[in-house]
Design a binder for this molecule. Structure first.
Ligand SMILES: O=C(O)CCC(=O)C(=O)O
Length: 255
């Protein structure tokens, strides 16, 4: 991050208070090498099955994303819903989630995933949004974002957030979907003013680093102009008392 509010994972008091005031916490080295290697191995294996001679994982992802969109989307869905390779990462993030959402009850995974921001392509990136409106009945949730293979930076379209903007609460929004095969962004109304009101912080991170942010945090992807896909893990964890009637990641994704 440009301002690192960097914490040791054991510092529970600071974690909760920083999260409350800033709406996010940046962790240097949250995710273990072993957990990260599980995800990398899993992804390499999946994409190797689609590789053309001489292609590495990045080249296969780029080609599928540009030319074989149905196959690419199918792989994305499988990874999002059934990918055991992210299990260790999710457990490591869960330890943090419990400190931020300490009320006990049941914890659920609300759609952890791997996203692929293709070079110079706006389909799989998100405009400014909050997470809460995607699943309005799930309020107590936190979201982790972590680079899997390579450093995340503005050049490859890493996410940015508006520090403290979670204090706005859940805002009215308009749906933005540039093309039929693009992700849907639920962009808060009055975004121009919000961007002026809050400090923009870019998530610059190395593999192993992670950010956790509030459900109402206003955040966005940036355009990846690096020529290589940015491969990013998401972990989404919520605390619930009862099973939600409608859940986007179970009933059909709206993102
Ligand atoms: O990394 C990105 O492109 C943004 C992802 C995002 O919106 C999220 O982590 O919730």
């Amino acid at each position: 991050m440009t301002d690192r509010n960097n914490l040791a994972r054991t510092d529970r008091d600071t974690l909760a208070s920083t999260f409350e005031s800033d709406g996010y916490v940046f962790f240097k080295g949250l995710i273990s090498a072993r957990a990260l290697e599980d995800v990398r191995d899993g992804l390499r294996t999946i994409f190797a099955a689609y590789a053309e001679p001489g292609e590495d994982t990045f080249a296969t992802i780029t080609r599928l994303g540009m030319n074989e969109k149905d196959t690419f989307y199918r792989i994305y869905q499988f990874i999002a819903r059934a990918f055991l390779a992210t299990y260790r990462v999710r457990l490591e993030c869960f330890e943090i989630a419990k400190q931020i959402l300490p009320r006990g009850g049941s914890y659920i995974d609300i759609g952890s995933a791997v996203i692929f921001a293709l070079p110079n392509d706006r389909r799989l990136i998100w405009d400014w949004h909050q997470e809460t409106p995607y699943d309005a009945k799930i309020v107590d949730a936190v979201h982790f974002n972590y680079p899997i293979f390579e450093r995340a930076h503005l050049g490859n379209g890493t996410m940015s957030l508006l520090k403290g903007s979670h204090k706005e609460g859940t805002l009215p929004y308009r749906k933005v979907r540039p093309t039929a095969d693009s992700a849907t962004s639920l962009v808060p109304e009055g975004m121009d003013k919000l961007v002026e009101r809050y400090e923009k912080v870019d998530f610059v991170a190395d593999p192993g680093d992670a950010i956790v942010f509030h459900n109402d945090m206003i955040h966005t992807s940036n355009l990846n102009t690096s020529g290589r896909p940015r491969i990013t893990g998401l972990v989404r964890i919520a605390a619930i008392d009862r099973v939600p009637e409608v859940a986007s990641w179970v009933d059909g994704k709206s993102y």
